[in-house]
Design a protein around this ligand. Structure first.
Ligand SMILES: [Zn+2]
Length: 303
């Protein structure tokens, strides 16, 4: 009986906190990707909604090769959302949608770029400013410096070379580089992330950008950024390079940085998603999220 009473007391304390704030409105954009967006968008949605802090809607672009009329019908109203999460890497958006999105972020909308969303739109200047750095799509030294961290210092390498590389997928340790930011405050300084691609040699304008976390690349032997924040006009951007597949995202570390990053991009603070799950990964042990029906993707064997 005593245990029951204390449980009830706990519920009474916690419920008003969660009900006190209206959920943050989030729009996930998907529809084209060289990754299996049909499998990963539901994981992104689950990661956000299970926190209780967000209400998530999805806007799916027309598929590759769709007629112009299909694109005319795709016009998400970004300003109805506090934050837009991109799981998109495909054809350029129509000019009107690009203009809407630029105005949305410039005027204070939140934006979160996940994994291959930083491969998208190499020709779109404002988009590259928003993500700070990106990879592939012909990116090279003309796109901007390669950013990496060594001994806690940021390097901006302007030597010629392609932007974007990764080796075989593997588990790797995420290392916090700045624990004073709302997104990283209180997180363990190092944890083992589930099998993923470790993006390296990302290049871009890298203005108003802060690196929050890195991982040591098997290709470059440098600490490559995997969690960044960028200020673009009045807008806040969180950029994570993590999340190649659903099994990469079903990770309590990934869930936590996504929740925190989306809240921060929306509001500039991390309050609703601050609490850490009991089973946070450690430096030697991943912590896998169970989601019914997932993973749908099979991880490649270890090399
Ligand atoms: Zn990938």
């Amino acid at each position: 009986m005593k245990a029951l009473r204390s449980l009830t007391a706990l519920a009474v304390i916690q419920v008003p906190i969660l009900l006190g704030a209206a959920p943050i409105q989030v729009l996930i954009v998907d529809g084209q990707n060289n990754h299996k967006w049909e499998f990963t968008t539901p994981v992104l949605k689950h990661a956000l909604e299970q926190s209780g802090a967000f209400e998530v809607k999805i806007s799916t672009t027309p598929p590759k090769g769709a007629p112009a009329s299909a694109w005319q019908d795709w016009r998400p109203v970004f300003r109805n959302f506090a934050v837009v999460v991109s799981n998109y890497n495909g054809q350029p958006w129509p000019e009107g949608v690009r203009a809407d999105f630029e105005a949305y972020v410039r005027d204070g909308g939140g934006f979160v770029s996940v994994h291959a969303a930083n491969n998208a739109f190499p020709e779109w200047k404002a988009y590259n400013e928003m993500i700070g750095v990106g990879g592939w799509g012909g990116r090279n030294e003309q796109s901007g410096p390669w950013l990496y961290v060594k001994n806690g210092k940021l390097f901006r390498d302007l030597r010629p070379g392609p932007g974007g590389a990764h080796g075989p997928q593997h588990e790797f340790v995420v290392e916090i580089q700045d624990s004073n930011h709302p997104i990283t405050r209180g997180l363990p300084s190092r944890w083992l992330h589930c099998k993923d691609e470790l993006y390296s040699r990302l290049r871009g304008p890298a203005e108003n950008l802060q690196i929050l976390a890195t991982a040591k690349s098997d290709l470059t032997a440098e600490q490559e950024p995997n969690l960044m924040v960028i200020h673009h006009g009045q807008g806040r951007v969180m950029h994570t390079t993590l999340g190649h597949a659903d099994y990469s995202m079903l990770d309590r570390g990934f869930y936590e940085i996504l929740e925190r990053g989306v809240e921060w991009a929306a509001t500039g603070q991390v309050v609703l998603t601050e609490a850490l799950p009991a089973e946070f990964p450690t430096e030697v042990k991943t912590s896998i999220v169970t989601l019914e029906g997932h993973p749908k993707q099979a991880a490649p064997a270890a090399k």
